[in-house]
Design a protein around this ligand. Structure first.
Ligand SMILES: Cc1cc2nc3c(=O)[nH]c(=O)nc-3n(C[C@H](O)[C@H](O)[C@H](O)COP(=O)(O)OP(=O)(O)OC[C@H]3O[C@@H](n4cnc5c(N)ncnc54)[C@H](O)[C@@H]3O)c2cc1C
Length: 550
């Protein structure tokens, strides 16, 4: 028999979104907080810049909304952006109360106001931060508070495989009943049942060869929700950061924009600059323009990377301005005071995701999605810097409020089918999984990356269909492992990205295609909404905020 756990709420994900929700839920709930690795292993831990919020008296909610909409290239949903901006101060006050050590203005007075930075796209100083390691400080504090709560039960190293819904058991109305979860330590698969299940499982940037994201960002929540019958929106909008360190062992190391801000130059291997020809702002052009120019040079010349050079500045200046980057590069054998460092653009943020309303509810009753895995309409076609952690906080709180307002009285736990392993064996061909992982990430990078064409997308779709069949066979015959579960999800997510990109016959925000290099001016901007074959119209209208476009 499959061991079964019963809770009021099960949360998959312990990043900013999942932790906020767990802490803001009524303590009367028994909560399972489940993470695939250690609690801190998500993107939240690595966030550097900070959290945007309207805190300065000279700033305003309207200005935050207008900046977000400018970045979002016509696809931000105004009601959602307003909702998030209006609740930003409240969430920052909550974090301060919990003990997050935000940086103060440096004037020797400990009571001074918090220091706010200004990032790309923001017209005001609006980004509250903990030095240059905001995510680390935020995660650490929230994890400490979660561990103090006796109603929050922590499960690390457990990976959710699939959701169990009433429709899967041929019962209606449709609602979520539980999930199968693979315990990576025991190798067993267990069942978690709950009245409410929350996907707070982060983004999908690991679908690309180069990414700034940690290993857990394999889009599991998006793939699980899609297979269960939820609609998914705007997956073509993947944000690429222009500069990550290029080294086989330097996984996911972001090289800050501040180096270009201080005069750093981008170079080809022969030392020639190329940004001047692309944009009058050269290396200081917006992120997507720089990322696109690097990608163009790499593809045209068959390069593995380009180079970022700041070595012409005095050694002391470099060491004092960029101590962390300097030491990190040195560890990999690059002395940035003497030589240019090799860089590549890298997938950084998934703007699309599981369609939710402003309570975090999805198309399936009882199933919520919050944080990077969700699509709320906040970011439109391009995310403005530091708006993502804010979205995690505001929607973590919104989902908590919604669940807190519900009674526990009518909660029953039907019997669920056991996880069936009777017909599978241990694989003796793990190489298939490793090979397909590499192949998928490479063709997604080459064909569905920063610059797209119809031909490349068609080629990618053919490849993903082949991989999908192979993985289905493999999945049906062999015992599940972490890598196999993730690969299955990555292939599903890759297909969603490719199909969404094929549907958008224009360039807009983060989606750039050589076949349609301009935005389509003949009709109002539309979201790309993919509907799974097993989609059932929700009984209660949980999607009142979803745009009507298809
Ligand atoms: C290098 C870097 C710098 C960034 N800087 C900023 C910044 O300055 N400001 C900003 O606003 N944003 C920033 N971002 C983006 C921001 O950090 C993320 O969007 C945000 O942290 C996402 O939080 P989350 O809670 O949705 O997911 P995550 O923090 O990614 O957490 C995901 C959680 O889900 C769990 N999980 C995943 N799949 C499963 C599964 N199948 N079963 C069980 N558990 C699962 C993981 O173990 C993890 O606990 C940055 C991102 C990166 C990578």
């Amino acid at each position: 028999m499959t061991p079964t756990h019963k809770y009021d709420v099960v949360i998959f994900g312990a990043g900013a979104a999942g932790l906020t929700l767990a802490l803001q839920l009524d303590p009367k709930f028994q909560i399972a907080l489940i993470s695939k690795g250690k609690l801190h292993a998500g993107s939240t831990w690595y966030a550097q810049g900070g959290i945007s919020a309207v805190l300065d008296p000279s700033d305003s909610v309207d200005s935050h909304i207008s900046d977000t909409q400018n970045a979002g290239a016509g696809l931000c949903k105004e009601s959602i952006v307003r909702y998030v901006a209006e609740h930003s101060k409240e969430q920052i006050d909550w974090l301060i109360k919990l003990g997050v050590p935000f940086t103060h203005v440096e004037d020797g007075n400990e009571q001074s106001a918090y220091h706010l930075t200004r990032e790309g796209g923001h017209s005001h100083r609006r980004v509250i931060h903990c030095k240059d390691a905001t995510g680390h400080a935020l995660s650490k504090t929230l994890i400490e508070r979660v561990k103090e709560r006796s109603n929050i039960h922590i499960f690390e190293n457990q990976i959710a495989i699939d959701l169990i819904t009433s429709a899967k058991l041929h019962q209606l109305p449709q609602r979520v009943l539980g999930a199968y979860v693979h315990n990576k330590e025991t190798g067993r698969t267990e069942t978690f049942q709950a009245r409410s299940i929350v996907l707070a499982s982060g983004g999908a940037s690991k679908v690309y060869l180069y990414t700034s994201n940690p290993d857990v960002s394999t889009g599991d929540g998006i793939a699980m929700a899609w297979r269960a019958g939820c609609r998914i929106a705007n997956m073509e909008f993947i944000q690429f950061h222009p500069t990550c360190l290029y080294h086989p062992h330097a996984k996911s190391y972001l090289i800050s924009e501040a180096i270009r801000g201080e005069g750093g130059k981008l170079l080809l291997p022969d030392g020639t600059r190329f940004m001047e020809k692309v944009d009058p702002r050269a290396e200081l052009a917006p992120r997507d323009i720089v990322a696109r120019a690097i990608d163009h040079e790499m593809k045209k010349r068959g390069l593995d990377c380009v180079y970022l050079d700041i070595s012409f500045k005095p050694e002391l200046f470099i060491k004092s301005h960029f101590p962390t980057i300097y030491h990190r590069c040195l560890k990999f054998g690059y002395d940035m005071t003497k030589d240019p460092i090799p860089v590549v653009p890298a997938a950084h943020y998934t703007c699309g995701g599981i369609i939710t309303n402003k309570h975090g509810q999805t198309d399936i009753d009882g199933l919520y999605a919050i944080g990077e895995t969700a699509w709320t309409g906040m970011h439109g076609a391009n995310r403005m810097a530091s708006n993502s952690l804010l979205e995690c906080l505001v929607f973590g709180a919104a989902a908590a409020n919604h669940m807190n307002s519900q009674s526990l009285a009518d909660c029953t736990f039907p019997a669920l089918p056991d996880w069936d392993e009777s017909r599978v064996t241990d694989s003796d061909e793990e190489i298939v999984v490793a090979h397909n992982w590499d192949e998928l990430r490479r063709f997604m990078w080459d064909y569905v990356g920063i610059v797209r064409t119809n031909k490349r997308l068609e080629r990618a779709l053919r490849r993903v269909n082949v991989l999908s069949r192979e993985i289905f066979d493999y999945y049906s015959n062999f015992r599940v492992t972490n890598d196999l579960i993730e690969l299955r999800n990555l292939v599903d997510v890759a297909e969603l990205i490719i199909r969404s990109a094929m549907l958008r016959k224009e360039s807009r925000g983060l989606h750039y295609t050589l076949d349609y290099p301009e935005p389509d001016q003949t009709k109002p901007p539309q979201d790309t909404i993919l509907t799974p074959p097993n989609y059932l119209e929700p009984e209660t209208n949980t999607s009142e905020d979803v745009s009507a476009s298809a």
